[in-house]
Ligand binder design. Structure first.
Ligand SMILES: Nc1nc2c(ncn2[C@@H]2O[C@H](COP(=O)(O)OP(=O)(O)OP(=O)(O)O)[C@@H](O)[C@H]2O)c(=O)[nH]1
Length: 352
């Protein structure tokens, strides 16, 4: 079989090509859960810490420079990201100064249905007040719902030297945990991330927050591992149209694609497929999985000579993804019963 390459380069390489295989009826679209089932992520922190900027840059493709003109948020802004993300969730952006003692602030209602609480701290500012606010917020929320994931974004680190970043991270980590220990709340776990809207760190941090809320994640990782082992791929990753979520067996290897937009909207659709020769030994292969998700593999050139098998395995993989997200996902696709319908093929021809 001859190998055909699209040599247009990585950045602008995304386009529509005819499918090389016809596997019969299309799989149905992944169904959306009702809004009450969607995990909720809260964005909290002092005024001007950068909450709205994060939400606009990550989910609405706002350029970082435009955030300079964002107005202060005065009430809770609820953003349903279902239409731009494979993973369905809501983000609630809070105004800077939430008054927990205000009778109109309904902690029960707000924290009960929350999956993750992101607390944003401006690392370029004096963060003493932010730390006491973090403590108040976390202790309140934990009392209502101990299952919330508490995520602390040490934000705007683009203005800090590398040494200063490390020292700020250490200091905030230490003080926040000391405050919890003093209040007998050692069991509360805080995760810390160094973030900035001016580089990929904010996408990476948000991606990690969202991944923790996906019950199907272990199953997805298993599927990717099977795909890697049978297709002899060097690296594999998935990305979403909103760039917010990736499933990476090899977490060291992060890189990002941005979907090309044209006048008529998004260039990405069911037919999307790209094959790019990266160097003399590796080929990048990208294919649509769902409306919001693509599979990207880096293959050794010799593996790509058996492209039919890779396409077949991709078909199995896509079918499985559709199944777990339709069924609600928590039941494992890799249980014995379901495994019988999932038959990947190894490159030596054996069926797994
Ligand atoms: N240098 C730098 N500035 C940032 C970053 N993120 C946000 N900002 C700036 O911080 C300022 C405040 O950002 P907002 O997103 O409005 O902050 P907020 O927390 O939503 O503010 P309130 O609505 O008042 O609570 C803006 O001028 C942003 O441009 C960042 O990562 N680095």
């Amino acid at each position: 079989m001859s190998i055909q390459y699209d040599e247009t380069g990585l950045a602008g390489s995304f386009g529509s090509f005819p499918k090389s295989f016809d596997y019969g009826a299309e799989e149905p679209e992944v169904q959306s859960p009702s809004s009450s089932d969607k995990p909720r992520i809260l964005l909290m922190g002092l005024r001007r810490s950068g909450k709205s900027s994060i939400q606009k840059v990550v989910f609405h493709k706002m350029s970082p420079n435009e955030t300079l003109f964002l107005e202060s948020t005065n009430k809770i802004y609820k953003d349903d990201v279902s239409s731009t993300s494979f993973v369905q969730f809501q983000i609630w952006d809070f105004p800077g100064q939430v008054d927990f003692f205000d009778p109109t602030f309904d902690s029960e209602m707000i924290f009960k249905g929350t999956g993750a609480l992101i607390f944003v701290i401006d690392a370029q500012d004096d963060y003493v007040e932010a730390l006491s606010r973090l403590h108040l917020t976390v202790s309140r929320a934990f009392r209502v719902n101990p299952n919330i994931n508490f995520e602390v974004f040490i934000h705007k680190v683009d203005g800090l030297s590398d040494d200063h970043k490390i020292e700020t991270h250490r200091d905030i980590h230490q003080r926040a945990n000391d405050d919890l220990a003093d209040a007998n709340l050692e069991k509360v776990h805080l995760s810390f991330y160094l973030t900035s809207i001016y580089d990929h760190s904010i996408f990476e941090a948000f991606s990690k927050v969202v991944q923790k809320l996906i019950p199907q994640l272990p199953t997805l990782e298993n599927l990717l591992n099977i795909f890697i082992s049978v297709s002899l791929t060097v690296l594999i990753l998935m990305y979403t149209t909103s760039q917010t979520c990736m499933f990476l067996p090899d977490a060291e290897a992060l890189f990002y694609f941005r979907l090309m937009q044209d006048g008529s909207g998004c260039a990405y659709d069911k037919e999307s497929l790209a094959t790019i020769k990266l160097n003399n030994t590796t080929v990048l292969y990208l294919k649509e999985v769902t409306k919001f998700l693509a599979l990207v593999c880096i293959l050794r050139e010799e593996s790509f000579e058996r492209k039919g098998l890779i396409d077949y395995n991709f078909h199995c993989f896509r079918k499985a993804i559709h199944e777990i997200f339709e069924v609600g996902g928590v039941s494992s696709l890799l249980s014995e019963k379901r495994n019988s319908s999932l038959k990947f093929a190894a490159l030596n021809g054996s069926i797994l």
